[in-house]
Unconditional design. Structure first.
Lengths: 60, 693
């Protein structure tokens, strides 16, 4: 996510992200990272399993 | 990305091995390919697309996409495995140089022309290696979603500026600016393999009541999905009906009896469509004016009363206060006047100062009345402005409705005339057209009612989801499953919100870009922008000062083509600046893309041609233009040649048994003449470099 999250020059979306619960922020960052790895692939096998694992690891 | 060279070998009508080197000079970034219609412009555009994306990349107007190999070469082949079509493209991106080769053997073409062989070599820091996943690499460099905006037929892009295609605009923004990541992630979080799995676990460990609630929510979700599917079916059916109407229109237009009336009808219907959209948008603006400013009109009584109160307080000397009560309290507490006289409690002096408290004012009160006075002034001033704006908008509305009525009446007359022609073919077509128009109306009604159903069903689903999140569970596993499900739902909802906010921010940036491009081509009193609903519009200001208002200008096909071109150019420009754009996604690289345009001047009048030709070199770091001689002559030639931005120039020379009547055997470029057609038994196109002296 953006460098200036929540800072004086932050965008509306950065501010909205900052308002989310820290737990969800962390979860989103990890899921987005996993998505980034496969975003240009035609076959995205395994991404759903990866997301499930991330959720189960973070939300305990 | 900058494309340096393409080599085609027995690809379609390009027989043998032929090459075309693109200009890569910054100051002369335009490569012009001259070709008459039917001489190979579309094939060359498709050679580039096939090279990058294979069969999937080919454009819709590329006929027989399963016949890639040159027909004569294929016919004479003695070894189907050794005979192949091949396209090699050399390009660079950032610090890397690439060489891609895609090939298709005759044997494979007979089996399945979609299965091609792709090799990609990358040279970086002096080292060359073969890319293991070549297609993936190419898709990363130039995502498929944006290829339609980088390689396009200029005569077919005007649809981007049509209201019904706003989804295409949104898609393009998602693609070019990297926002697809947010959307895909939200969709993945809601996927049956993710949300469905979490839901299944929750259900498994829940008690009976919670399970019933979960099932109810699942049913509501299924209902939402069912309605969405119906909406899609309805939209597809509508499209099919529209297609049938277009076919009938084309037949009527070629019929001598119906030609004039049908041509007029086409123009009127285009106008009707754009004015209907303008009316819808005007209604939104009227609603916005009322919501934001109309309170002043209704608050007139309150304003008058407020003014009277303030005036009375002034006349009574209460505002501004001559002396502040806080100051008097300080003196009384200190038992000393500012002149140094003592103020012992109960003394006459003490009582005198105490008496002053009856006329003293409060600082906060002073401030509040000042602010109220100011607010009353603002509201009062705003009332006249609001009334005037609303009057203007109402006048526009009346005008639009009158025009729509006139258009409707004339369309009805045309229908009457065509329906009562003596020609049986015309009347049959007109009757069929009328039936289809009724079908369209039925679809529109169904569509509206489905939208309402969807809204209601989504509300039920959301309420049930809230209950599922809040249900009190006893078992530890169930509580954990509930938390995980809630987290997935929350994360997906946040992504939806982020996407919405990002799009709103980007719309502003994109609008600035669109307008700056637009101003280079068109009159200053007009400007272009993306509406809140992501529709490309040309706007004009009516009147001046505070009472002026903005109206939508109905666009002709040529204007829509310009607006669409401007939009694409703005996207390409933003893609270049992507790394600096304020966005929540970090690590987005700026992408430089070339623009490859077939016939960008096709539907434009002379006034636009000149503007577009002047502006084209600034569109992208590299611009490749395919033009016919009729499109090139006059203003286009003047602008492109005089601007000195054409770095390289080619000509597609056609060899074949015959040519189209309208194509000349020679083409004049600058002051020179070049042969572009030669009679030959075998059909092929030759790529010739043109050097102007």
């Amino acid at each position: 996510m953006g460098e200036s999250e929540g800072g004086p020059k932050s965008t509306a979306s950065q501010r909205a992200f900052k308002q989310a619960r820290p737990e969800i922020q962390k979860l989103l960052k990890e899921i987005l990272q996993a998505e980034r790895q496969v975003q240009h692939m035609r076959r995205r096998d395994g991404i759903h399993e990866d997301i499930l694992t991330i959720i189960k690891t973070h939300i305990r | 990305m900058i494309i340096e060279k393409i080599v085609v070998e027995d690809f379609r009508q390009f027989r043998g091995k032929q090459e075309l080197i693109f200009s890569t000079l910054k100051g002369k970034n335009v490569t012009v390919v001259h070709a008459e219609n039917g001489f190979g412009k579309t094939a060359l555009l498709n050679a580039l697309l096939w090279g990058f994306y294979g069969h999937e990349g080919l454009t819709e107007d590329f006929e027989h996409p399963d016949r890639i190999l040159h027909e004569d070469v294929a016919r004479k082949s003695r070894d189907a495995n050794a005979t192949e079509a091949r396209v090699t493209i050399l390009f660079r991106d950032d610090e890397s140089r690439y060489s891609l080769t895609r090939s298709l053997s005759l044997a494979q073409q007979k089996l399945n022309a979609k299965q091609t062989i792709l090799h990609l070599k990358v040279t970086r820091d002096g080292e060359t290696f073969t890319e293991e996943s070549p297609q993936r690499r190419i898709d990363t460099l130039m995502p498929r979603g944006i290829r339609d905006f980088l390689f396009f037929n200029g005569e077919r892009i005007d649809h981007l500026a049509m209201a019904q295609n706003s989804e295409l605009i949104t898609q393009a923004i998602y693609q070019v600016l990297g926002l697809n990541l947010l959307r895909t992630t939200a969709a993945d979080l809601r996927h049956p393999s993710v949300r469905g799995e979490l839901n299944r676990r929750l259900r498994e460990h829940s008690d009976q009541d919670a399970r019933a609630l979960i099932d109810k929510h699942a049913a509501s979700e299924a209902e939402v999905a069912r309605i969405k599917e119906s909406i899609e079916t309805c939209a597809n059916e509508r499209k099919a009906v529209e297609g049938e109407i277009r076919t009938i229109d084309a037949k009527l237009e070629t019929n001598k009896e119906a030609h004039a009336l049908q041509t007029e009808r086409r123009g009127l219907e285009e106008r009707q469509s754009s004015q209907n959209t303008a009316l819808q948008e005007l209604d939104i603006r009227i609603a916005q004016t009322i919501a934001a400013d109309a309170y002043g009109v209704f608050a007139k009584g309150l304003v008058t009363r407020g003014k009277e109160i303030v005036q009375r307080l002034r006349s009574e000397g209460k505002i501004p206060a001559r002396v502040l009560n806080s100051f008097l309290h300080e003196l009384l507490e200190a038992h000393r006047c500012i002149c140094g006289t003592g103020l012992p409690e109960g003394s006459d002096q003490f009582k005198e100062v105490q008496k002053l408290l009856t006329i003293a004012g409060d600082q906060n009160f002073n401030n509040a009345v000042g602010a109220l006075d100011n607010a009353i002034g603002v509201i009062e001033g705003g009332v006249d402005r609001t009334i005037s704006t609303l009057q203007n908008q109402r006048a526009q509305r009346v005008q639009l409705r009158q025009e729509l009525r006139r258009l409707g009446e004339r369309l009805e007359e045309i229908h009457e005339k065509l329906g009562s022609k003596d020609d049986d073919a015309v009347t049959a077509l007109e009757t069929k057209r009328q039936d289809l128009q009724l079908k369209l109306r039925e679809h529109d009604t169904s569509f509206g009612s489905l939208q309402e159903q969807l809204k209601a069903a989504e509300k039920v689903r959301d309420d049930l989801l809230k209950q599922v999140h809040e249900v009190k569970l006893k078992e530890g596993t169930a509580i954990l499953a509930q938390r995980q499900l809630e987290a997935a739902d929350e994360a997906a909802a946040i992504l939806d919100r982020l996407l919405e906010l990002e799009m709103s921010d980007l719309r502003e940036v994109l609008n600035r870009e669109i307008d700056s491009h637009f101003q280079k081509i068109i009159d200053r009193e007009y400007w272009a922008e993306l509406s809140d609903q992501f529709v490309l519009r040309i706007k004009k200001r009516l009147g001046s000062g505070e009472t002026s208002d903005v109206i939508d200008v109905a666009q002709s096909t040529g204007q829509r083509q310009v607006t669409s071109l401007v939009f694409i150019a703005s996207l390409v420009s933003l893609a270049r600046q992507r790394a600096e754009l304020p966005t929540i996604l970090k690590g987005l690289d700026g992408g430089e893309y070339p623009m490859v345009m077939d016939s960008p001047f096709g539907q434009l009048g002379d006034a636009f041609r000149q503007g577009v030709a002047k502006w084209i070199p600034t569109l992208a770091p590299q611009v490749i233009v395919f033009v016919s001689s009729s499109q090139y002559k006059g203003p286009v030639q003047e602008q492109l040649d005089e601007g000195g931005r054409v770095g390289r120039r080619y000509l597609l020379a056609y060899h074949g048994p015959s040519k189209r009547d309208e194509a000349a055997s020679e083409i004049k470029i600058g002051t020179q003449r070049f042969k572009q057609y030669s009679k030959s038994d075998v059909e092929f196109t030759e790529i010739r470099s043109v050097e102007l002296s």
